[in-house]
Design a protein around this ligand. Sequence first.
Ligand code: ADP
Ligand code: ADP
Length: 212
Amino acid sequence: VLPLDVRDVVFEYVPGTRVLDSWSAQFEAGSVTALTGPSGRGKSTLLYLLGLMLRPRSGSILVDGNDVTRLADAQLAHLRAERFGFVFQDAALDPSRSILDNVTETALYRGQSRRSVTPRALDLLTRFGVDIPPKRKPGQVSGGQAQRIALCRALLAHPKILLADEPTGNLDPATTTLVVDALRDHARNGAAVIIVTHSPEVAAACDRELRL
Ligand code: ADP
Ligand code: ADP
């Protein structure tokens, strides 16, 4: 069963202006897909649709074989919390909790023990070059750092579906390689990983490229 199956999806923000017009694609576990294409083609929109944050105007989105298009908002929120990892530019970090607590939050919610999660969280933060004391609150971090913190949070929780918007956008080449390798490892462990990227090198390092 495919983790994500998009069938004939139509989407428009403004009536009559179709961002996606009868768009279909299948996403397999074990594979990293790069979504590429010029600015304004609908890559971010597609990520929001795949993440069940926007609803298609018509067509359907199947998660693990189940059509979720007509589920209630609360059910979609539950599905997101259980199955998805998000690495978006607006990383939605909780400003009232430490960076470490932000990173461990989803893994703890999914039932992992604090004892196993904390050392791995610290290891991920170090690996991706988040050089801020992890007990500090995320108020002062840059956008790029916030996104790497969100990447740590997502990887730690082992989501079956991981969606990332420009996860290497602000990174130096060495850290870019680390992030791409981590995403590939995560896919190898049985997840469907989908990233938006403007980098041909990053797209080439993925298992496939879908151009919009
Ligand atoms: P990309 O990620 O490929 O740059 P987007 O998904 O951000 O493309 O945008 C696709 C199209 O939808 C663009 O024409 C953009 O201007 C438009 N768009 C994106 N978000 C909104 C929105 N919230 N309201 C209206 N139009 C939007
Ligand atoms: P990216 O290039 O990373 O896709 P954009 O600059 O296209 O990002 O969009 C940034 C944010 O602005 C997104 O949340 C998108 O939904 C929103 N947005 C983009 N175009 C429009 C638009 N025409 N009207 C309203 N919101 C938009």
